[in-house]
Design a protein. Structure first.
Length: 129
């Protein structure tokens, strides 16, 4: 009987190429914090969310999902967590875009532009003639 055949299931997991003795295990485990943060952001108003940040989460989630399928050994846990990172990012991007199409957002932007124009006009020195 070989050494591999006599190992228990736990020992096989412990000594596997993507087991807890490697970065292939711990990187996806820690990355779940991004998913939890994305899910907790569902409670935040869409006006407080960053479009750039969520687009970057979508991009990195998609890129790393692809990467996890081309490395050896294939890392299914890394692929899974990155699918969830991209998914939560996409949900937030959808919420942000939906909010920015509302009348409330458009009115708020118009008021901000008018206030900025008024502040700029007030700050411009008057030239004596």
């Amino acid at each position: 009987m070989t050494a591999v055949a006599s190992q228990s299931a736990f020992q096989k997991f412990l000594n596997s190429p993507a087991g807890p003795k490697t970065i292939h295990f711990w990187a996806p485990a820690m990355k779940w914090a991004l998913v939890i943060a994305g899910i907790s952001d569902l409670k935040r108003p869409a006006e407080n969310l960053s479009l750039a940040q969520n687009l970057s989460l979508v991009a990195t989630g998609m890129i790393w999902t692809r990467y996890s399928m081309v490395i050896i050994p294939k890392n299914w846990t890394l692929a899974t967590v990155n699918v969830f990172v991209a998914s939560t990012g996409l949900m937030q991007v959808g919420r942000i875009i939906n909010y920015r199409m509302t009348d409330e957002y458009k009115q708020k932007k118009k008021l901000e532009e008018e206030a900025a124009a008024a502040a700029s006009a007030a700050a411009t020195p008057v030239k004596p003639t």
